[in-house]
Design a binder for this molecule. Structure first.
Ligand code: FES
Length: 146
């Protein structure tokens, strides 16, 4: 058994773990995996959690099959084998909530909004008349910020 495999086994979630933990825009969320909420099960998606459970409706959805990008979020996580930090964008309509254990998720609300001010990319899109459809703009923003 190599060192990486040994580390993987140490970091693996405990079998029978009855909750997952992750962050959304800097706030910790703990979600029971044992039926605490009857709606949340293995098929329940991150986009639905963001919109329906915690009210972050800035994350949109359209196709719900990974084609349009309107549900884009960014995820910071640790690679299970190398231990390196990974920052990537993801379509939240394809991501089961139970796969989010240990993730640090950022939605469009953290990028900027009317109350706290807009991100420079949001300002420039408005200032220079960004003309793409809204879902493409969201994808573009997250890709650019990364
Ligand atoms: S809703 Fe279209 S990619 Fe997720």
């Amino acid at each position: 058994m190599g060192a990486e495999q040994s580390q993987l086994q140490q970091d693996a979630p405990e079998f029978g773990q009855d909750y997952i933990s992750f962050f959304v825009n800097g706030k910790e969320h703990n979600v029971k995996t044992d039926g605490g909420d009857p709606e949340i099960g293995p098929q329940y998606l991150l986009v639905d959690y963001l919109r329906d459970k915690i009210g972050l409706t800035g994350t949109k959805y359209m196709c719900r099959e990974g084609g349009c990008g309107s549900c884009m979020v960014t995820i910071r996580s640790t690679h299970p084998a190398s231990g390196r930090e990974i920052l990537r964008s993801a379509n939240s309509c394809l991501l089961p909530l139970f796969a989010c254990d240990g993730f640090d998720i950022t939605t469009i609300e953290r990028l900027g909004n009317r109350k706290v001010g807009y991100h420079p990319i949001q300002d420039r899109l408005v200032k220079f008349g960004g003309t793409q459809v809204p879902n493409v703009k969201l994808s573009f923003k997250f890709t650019t910020v990364e």
